[in-house]
Design a binder for this molecule. Structure first.
Ligand SMILES: NC(=O)c1ccc[n+]([C@@H]2O[C@H](COP(=O)([O-])OP(=O)(O)OC[C@H]3O[C@@H](n4cnc5c(N)ncnc54)[C@H](OP(=O)(O)O)[C@@H]3O)[C@@H](O)[C@H]2O)c1
Ligand SMILES: [Zn+2]
Length: 341
């Protein structure tokens, strides 16, 4: 089988497509004929050598979290355990990997697992995955659409839930054009909230308006954005996947008692908190990573109902995986980028 492997951690030029042995399903595993695998900024950071998780010793490395396809084979114990997963099933992988024994695995939410990690390996024709992390796909949801959902939409959904976003709320999403950003806009819209989103690109912002964004701010300058947000209103919640200087911006514009949920660091690992404003304003700043398998199940149902249409910018063949990463690096896309092995 062919796989897109990272052979050097130097950016898109470090991707090669090579032949590898077909994997065997181990205990608890299923093999998937991968039809689609979305990429995320997480994968790009690995490829750029900016991830604590993967270094030169791990090369060649196959990334790819968001796997959708058809089960081709299952481990003996999976067949015996009657897990409901069998060859021929159309499935979507929840990329969460948890220990199953810590207190968060026992009492939930599972994404707080003390040994939480993520599946990597979907950028290949065949992926060997944990069978109990597979959701069956309704006929109405094709593999490419499904692959767009896990990391971006599950993360955004969990963040909106952490901020208790509901009908009538005003939600601010700095960087509203990427995977998590577009997901946050679409899901806030489904929840009945009004949204403010930003982008450095007027063309990309127009496309997000078509997806339900209420107020678009075309700027990358936090002072300028702050002034424009203040003219629109006082956000109840901030979905912050950028970090850096966007954390101080989010804190400054949100209402008393508002919540900012942070999941990322695209604009920088360090942010400043205005401490008096935090306590005098009764504001909350919350960290969040991924979501639960049940969040993902709900999102697949929303997609099957036609209420959620995950936004896919472009699909790429496995041979063009390097171009998919270049598009993400160059900030060319709106929504998700999906590779179709
Ligand atoms: N903790 C978790 O579980 C989790 C899960 C998913 C994602 N994340 C994190 O969330 C972030 C977004 O991930 P993603 O996959 O959605 O990425 P993505 O699709 O590449 O996000 C693109 C968005 O980020 C903006 N952007 C890119 N570089 C920027 C910069 N230097 N300064 C300001 N804005 C910038 C773009 O703005 P323009 O429109 O102006 O180009 C665009 O709106 C990443 O930090 C990722 O690691 C975390
Ligand atoms: Zn655990």
């Amino acid at each position: 089988m062919r796989a897109a492997v990272f052979t050097e951690l130097i950016g898109p030029e470090g991707v090669s497509v090579i032949d590898r042995d077909e994997p065997e399903p181990g205990p608890g595993e299923a093999l998937i004929d991968v039809e689609a695998c979305a990429i995320n900024r997480h994968d790009l950071w690995i490829l750029e050598g900016d991830s604590a998780m993967v270094d030169a010793d791990d090369l060649p490395f196959v990334t790819g979290l968001d796997v959708a396809g058809v089960v081709s084979e299952v481990g003996d114990d999976v067949a015996d355990a009657d897990t409901g997963v069998e060859p021929g099933d159309r499935v979507l992988l929840c990329p969460n990997q948890t220990c199953g024994t810590c207190r968060f695995c026992r009492e939930g939410p599972e994404n707080m697992c003390e040994r939480f990690s993520l599946y990597h390996g979907g950028l290949a024709e065949t992926a060997s995955v944990q069978a109990d992390r597979l959701l069956s796909l309704p006929d109405d949801v094709d593999a490419t659409t499904a692959a767009a959902i896990p990391t971006a939409y599950m993360t955004a959904f969990h963040m909106l839930r952490r901020a208790d976003v509901g009908a009538g709320d005003l939600v601010f999403v700095p960087g509203a054009t990427g995977g998590v950003g577009v997901a946050a806009i679409q899901l806030a819209d489904i929840l009945g909230a009004t949204t403010i989103g930003t982008s450095s690109s007027p063309e990309k912002l127009d496309r997000v308006r078509d997806l339900g964004l209420d107020h678009g701010i075309e700027s990358a300058d936090t002072d300028e954005i702050r002034a424009e947000v203040e003219e629109i209103g006082t956000p109840d919640a901030v979905v912050n996947h950028l970090g850096g200087e966007f954390t101080a911006l989010g804190q400054a514009v949100m209402r008393r008692g508002g919540t900012m949920v942070i999941c990322g660091r695209t604009a920088g690992d360090e942010s400043t908190i205005d401490v008096p404003d935090l306590f005098l304003g009764h504001k909350r700043v919350v960290g969040s990573t991924m979501g639960t398998q049940d969040d993902l199940r709900r999102l697949v149902e929303l997609a099957a109902d036609g209420r959620l249409r995950p936004e896919i910018d472009e699909t790429y063949s496995l041979a063009d995986t390097d171009a998919a990463f270049a598009a993400m690096r160059d900030r060319e896309s709106v929504g998700k980028i999906v590779v179709e092995p």
